[in-house]
Write a protein that binds this ligand. Structure first.
Ligand code: F0G
Length: 454
């Protein structure tokens, strides 16, 4: 019996096709929009394919004590809600998902909000949330017999793709913007054996080139226009709901780059609601960097279409000016009553250091979530009693240069901080922990500790 119960439905015109009929660029042949994975059997109230919420909650919990490798994956543990493979036995897994949900006591105290949590997707096997999507889409590539997979990337997708391709014995091709991705991520693509091309282009330029390539060569596209990526990336929504005993938090805050992750999490919560696993969904807010904020601009001007921008931000993961999944993300924000706003380079840097000081750390793009929450709190739209979850997307070691520059005081310009004596400069000074050069004697070290210990 096949495990496969899905179809693809065009997000724009609603056209339905079988998964195997998708074009290589995953665009609808009729209207050019993106597809969403759909499970028609779920809508038949008493049909055999409609999942039973009570039984699923029990089964998913049971699987946490199983030693089966599929059950140990935080994605495939929920496989009833992503029946995208002919056989779940084809799944390529690195034990992704099941990531920790941490409380942020310092942020809660500072902002006067009772409960702030971080869902740390940086604690995945390759250090970012991309692993949850990659296990899903790469497994489809393998089942369909592809020998090559490819992505354009700001770094994390390429790291995840390279690792999963290596595990599956497939070849991987990475296109990255030259000089514009963090070293940790480039090192991972090399380490896992990807063929890596650095293009004199930004991320959006790399996407354009790759789209042409997959139309001409038998290479499977693993960017997030591939709807199977989103099926894996929706599973942290299930983990969050499960962690709150199926009472969802009030608010989930997600960074926005290519806008697939916010779309995927929105889909996860929507499906849980439709299936009766939860009775409401959280607000989902999307935060962009000020220099890469096309969705913020579009929603603020009540525009109908996204106008691409030339993107600039040190949070290189989200340095994206022409995000593919903007329609899906806009729908999630509107349907859930969330907000979409942008934060400055200084706000990102400060928030990142604050998350570091909680003992967690994250990469710069992830820190937009806390920076965004601070702004929303200042605007008076988040109540003291709310439960807020920040989705941290990448591990702090992904971009160590950024962290070191911050603590050395060389990251931001005076324009960005407001110069010496400004409030921002004061906040930064309080957070900086630069390494200090000391003579190699106990007395020299003890001298420096005077007044700090005891
Ligand atoms: N945070 C991190 C750490 C990312 O790597 C990305 C995207 C995002 C947030 C934004 O997620 O694109 O779904 O809105 N990184 C991609 C990449 C584009 O190639 O690794 P999104």
């Amino acid at each position: 019996m096949s495990d496969n119960l899905h179809q693809l439905r065009c997000f724009g015109c609603g056209a339905r096709i079988a998964g195997s009929e998708a074009q290589p660029d995953f665009r609808c042949a009729q209207c050019g929009d993106l597809f969403e994975v759909d499970y028609p059997g779920w809508m038949q109230r008493k049909g055999p394919d409609r999942p039973n919420p009570g039984a699923l909650k029990w089964l998913w919990r049971e699987r946490r004590s199983s030693s089966d490798s599929l059950d140990q994956s935080g994605v495939w543990r929920f496989r009833e809600l992503l029946p995208i493979l002919d056989s779940f036995g084809s799944a390529v897994s690195l034990r992704e998902g099941n990531t920790p949900l941490y409380r942020l006591p310092r942020a809660s105290k500072a902002l006067g909000i009772d409960q702030i949590y971080a869902k740390h997707q940086g604690m995945n096997p390759t250090g970012s949330f991309k692993d949850t999507g990659m296990t899903a889409a790469l497994s489809v590539a393998k089942e369909r017999g592809f020998e090559w997979v490819a992505c354009a990337s700001t770094g994390n997708t390429s790291a995840a793709m390279a690792a999963y391709a290596a595990r599956a014995g497939l070849n991987s091709l990475v296109l990255i913007p030259e000089g514009k991705i963090a070293w940790g991520k480039l090192a991972q693509a090399m380490d896992y054996g990807a063929l890596t091309f650095q293009l004199k282009a930004d991320f959006d330029g790399c996407v354009r080139v790759l789209t042409e390539i997959v139309r001409q060569a038998p290479i499977y596209l693993l960017n997030s226009v591939n709807p199977y990526r989103l099926e894996g990336q929706k599973t942290p929504a299930f983990e969050i709901a499960e962690a709150f005993d199926w009472n969802v938090p009030d608010h989930l805050i997600v960074p926005g780059g290519n806008l697939a992750n916010s779309s995927a999490l929105g889909k996860g919560f929507r499906e849980m609601l439709e299936l009766g696993l939860v009775t409401r969904v959280p607000r989902i807010s999307v935060i962009q960097a000020q220099g890469a904020n096309p969705l913020v601009r579009m929603l603020a001007s009540h525009g109908e279409t996204l106008e691409p921008v030339e993107a600039h931000t040190r949070a290189t993961a989200i340095r994206i000016g022409n995000p593919a999944s903007w329609r899906k993300a806009a729908r999630v924000i509107q349907e859930t009553g969330g907000w979409c706003l942008d934060v400055s380079e200084a706000e990102i840097a400060i928030a990142k250091a604050e998350i570091g000081a909680e003992g967690l750390g994250c990469e710069p793009a992830s820190a937009v979530t806390l920076a965004g929450l601070k702004k929303l709190r200042a605007q008076g739209v988040v109540a003291d009693s709310e439960t807020v979850v920040l989705l941290l997307t990448g591990h702090t070691l992904k971009d160590a240069d950024y962290t070191i520059d911050f603590h050395r005081g060389t990251l931001l310009s005076e324009d960005e901080t407001g110069g010496p004596g400004s409030e921002v400069a004061g906040q930064i000074a309080a957070l900086r922990r630069n390494a200090i050069a000391v003579e190699a004697t106990a007395s020299a070290v003890l001298d420096l500790l005077k007044g700090k210990i005891g």
